[in-house]
Structure formats: C-alpha cells, structure tokens
Design a protein around this ligand. Structure first.
Ligand code: SAM
Ligand code: SF4
Length: 332
C-alpha cells in the first residue's frame, strides 16, 4: 500500500528473537539482562497471522532478523509458513552466520532464496574484540556452507568503523572479487549503542577500495529489496554495495516497516512510534481490526529520519518520539 507520502510499502523485517549469541559492541551490551521471556515474544502462529494480514496490505517481501534469528527453534517451520502465504514472494534472512552451517540445508529446503551474513572483520582477534565472542571460524563455516547453494543469493554486510576495521574493508571486498557474493558496507546509524561509534562513510570506504582495485562503475537497476547502491569493480565476480543512511538519506525510497520480536509494528527505525500488535493479537481482536491498525501504522510512516550528519551526533527528532530500543531488539 502507499503511505501518506506516496511511498509503496512492500517489505517487512520480522525480528523473531532479541537474544543473540554474539555481543557486537555497537549493538548489544555485554551484560544485557533485559531480554524478552518466551511468553513475551510472538509465537510462529502469531507472526504468521501478522504477515498474512500485512500481505493483504501489499507486503510481499519478508526478512527474518533478530537478535540472532537462528537461535529461534525450528526457524525453518516459520519460513515455510510465511512462504505459503498468498502474496508473499520472498522470505530472506539476516544472520551473523555462527549457526548457519548446520541449518542452511533445512532453510534452503524450506524456500530460503537469500541470506545476508554480517561480518565486520576477518581477523580472529579483532572479531573477538568486536563481538566479545570467539566465533569467527563458525561464521566463516556458515558463509562457506551458504556458498554451496548456487540458487541462494549470498551477501556479506560489514559495518564500516573508522579507525577500527579500516584495514579489513579491502579484505572483505576480496570476497566479491573472487566469488559471486555481494559485499555491502553499512554506515553506522546513531541508534542504541551505535551512537558513539565512529562512522566510516561511503566516500571514505569507496576511496579506499578505489586505491586497491581501481575505479568502479556505478550500477543502476534493482538488486535487492533495500536501499543499497551498487558498484562494479573491474574483474569482480560480485558487486560492492553501500547502505548509507547518513551520507545519502534514502527515506524517499523507503519501502519498509518492522515487526519487533514482542510484536510492535514500527514504521521507521528512528522513531518509537508504532502499534502494539501483540496486545491486539492476544485480546481477541478480529482480523479486520488488526488490518485497520496495520494500515494506519503504515500510512503514518514518518517522512524521514533525522539522523544529524556524518558526525553521528544523534537525533534531531522530537525527544518524545525518539527510539530508545537498541538495534538487537529492533532487528536492524
Ligand atoms: N544478528 C543478525 C545479524 O547480525 O545479521 C541480525 C540482527 S542485526 C541487528 C542486523 C544488522 O544490523 C547487522 O548487520 C548489524 O551489523 C547491523 N547493525 C546493528 N547496529 C547497527 C547500527 N547502529 N548501525 C548500522 N547497522 C547496525
Ligand atoms: Fe547480535 Fe547481530 Fe547485534 Fe551482533 S549485530 S549483537 S550478531 S544482533
């Protein structure tokens, strides 16, 4: 459906858990004690009901996220349920990859067509410093296992952290040189703990890659469901993408809404506004009433985020509406 600014909203990110097996420093505190209990998160039947109603409003693509989505028991069964909903064309996944190796056969069998693997460094010690866990090898095994399926679109997402993983940008880009994998560099968004991290802007990352690989060609066209822009470096099998919420605000083309693990439908990452669908789901509300609530939430999607600027100084939106959830509890 169209929101109040005429944007087509067709993409839903569904967080299935706020739990995670890593503790990335920009995302989740070391001793996060405030996690949702099993009873507080939506069941698979509840998620299916929400997605079915969203599909009636024009949502056709779903991304499963978290926390770490592969921690949720039998994610394949949810994937299967969602794929079977009329109007849902695509269900994809974003994961840190640590548990992917053993789960990828079942996920592909259930209909997974694309997976994004978050990987900010290939250096073991740095990975442990970034994530507070020693699991780089497992993440790489997950990536390798995903690459065994030619029908699966695999992307690597790296948050560019100035002064922290700069020397890794070129190394990660090598995956796109040698394999048909797209590597995307994400600008840090001033949300949750990420507010205090130094941002590696698209310009800085691109210039660094040009020094290593030569000038790239700008690609036009659609290569995914999101706001990434892509470039083709000479001789690369895959593309290099940039997701630059700070230096290239892409709100005019934003096509997404988010469902948190506890059933809150969020129309914009930066604002706390939205609708508590869990409350409706668990109080005997009819499909028609929930549909109206979804419609209203999508329609009211804010025009744009108000992230300040490349200095990442925070939010300029109304303090009452600023999102205080951290990224692991929103789903990215
Ligand atoms: N655990 C899964 C993973 O890491 O892919 C899914 C959830 S995680 C919140 C989704 C994505 O959000 C990851 O790629 C992560 O790097 C990114 N992320 C977390 N905090 C961020 C921030 N402040 N700005 C930009 N991206 C962020
Ligand atoms: Fe976990 Fe993903 Fe957040 Fe890292 S970015 S702590 S893997 S939810």
């Amino acid at each position: 459906m169209l929101d109040q600014y005429g944007r087509t909203i067709e993409y839903l990110r569904v967080s299935v858990t706020d739990k995670c097996n890593l503790r990335c420093r920009y995302c989740m505190p070391k001793d996060e004690g405030n996690l949702l209990s099993h009873g507080q998160i939506l069941s698979y039947d509840e998620i299916e009901r929400v997605v079915r109603l969203c599909a009636k409003m024009g949502i056709s693509k779903v991304k499963l996220t978290g926390g770490e989505p592969l921690l949720r028991k039998d994610l394949c069964s949810l994937l299967r349920k969602l794929k079977a909903i009329e109007g849902i064309d695509d269900v994809t996944l974003t994961t840190n990859g640590v548990l992917l190796e053993s789960q990828i056969p079942g996920l592909v069998d259930a209909g997974l067509t694309a997976v994004n693997i978050s990987l900010d460094t290939l250096d073991k010690a740095q990975y442990e410093a970034f994530t507070r866990r020693n699991q780089l090898e497992d993440a790489l095994k997950g990536l390798k296992a995903a690459l065994l399926y030619p029908q699966l679109k695999v992307k690597i997402n790296c948050v560019a952290l100035l002064g922290k993983n700069e020397e890794q940008w070129e190394k990660l880009a090598m995956f796109a040189k040698e394999t048909p994998v797209d590597v995307r560099f994400i600008e840090m968004m001033p949300i949750g703990i990420g507010k205090s991290d130094p941002n590696g802007s698209e310009k800085i990352v691109y210039e660094r890659l040009v020094q290593a690989f030569g000038e790239a060609e700008n690609l036009t066209g659609t290569f995914g469901n999101g706001p990434a822009v892509y470039k083709q470096f000479p001789g690369f099998k895959g593309k290099i993408g940039f997701i630059s919420a700070i230096s290239h605000q892409f709100c005019e083309e934003c096509n997404r809404v988010r469902l948190t693990a506890d059933g809150f439908l969020k129309p914009c990452l930066q604002y706390s506004i939205g609708t508590d669908l869990k409350e409706l789901l668990r109080s005997g509300t009819s499909d028609q009433e929930i549909l109206e609530a979804i419609k209203e939430t999508i329609y009211q999607k804010p025009r744009s985020h108000q992230f300040k600027n490349s200095e990442n100084e925070g939010c300029m939106c109304d303090a009452m509406q600023e999102e205080h959830r951290k990224m692991f509890s929103i789903g990215g």
